[in-house]
Design a protein around this ligand. Sequence first.
Ligand SMILES: [Zn+2]
Length: 252
Amino acid sequence: MAIQINRAHAQHHGNDNAMTQIIVHHTTSSLSLLQYRNFFRNSKRWARDGYHYLIRKNGAIYQFTDERSRSWGAGVENATAIHIALNGNFEHQRPTAKQKKALKALIRDIATRRGIPIERVRGHGHIPGQATACPGRNMPRSVWANALAVQAPTPVAGGTHTVRAGESLSVIAQRFGVTVANLQAWNNIQNANLIRVGQVLRVGNQRTHTVVSGDTLWNLSQRFGVSVNKLKAANGLTNSNINPGQMLVIPG
Ligand SMILES: [Zn+2]
């Protein structure tokens, strides 16, 4: 699911950090969007806009800082943290349903792109050494705990996933809503820690069909009860040509 992010104010500050965690905050105040930009510099006396993302009560997501740039928010963690702040004081108020939904979608988006496991998505005050009530008692970890688990499997050609830098089997399993043991079985992986970047993993116990002379996508679509378009998408086909001996994935 694509999410909408207003990036009008996103700034890149030149550095290029490897962000490996996400930290959730509340702002403790209710300010207009323009007031926010001044708030970071004037009220908090930060050298630049604080946080990478802000989620307003209506669920709108604003990006203030490029994800590669260090932002302000949690001391020594800043070098590796992407900060998400939600508008409100959740010691006293509750986040709106739209805010919670947007937060989960944003976490899912960032964590999936960067291979950040859900354990590395924490509230500000959950980090050892950070003595703060942020993000407030009404914004416990349970709000976003299933942000990755609820993701529908990403449609990928052939039901495969190519391992990216920073991804572990558990991260990939979460993304697709399967278990690490499933992935190991489907891919004949003995040691779950031994996967490499670029490795192509099968995701799911796929039905396959080896094309024989006389097969057409239309015939196969009728036989297997899936549309021609789904067959083409599952196999990365840009036209309807198939050849004897070709292995096709039959989507479920
Ligand atoms: Zn905070």
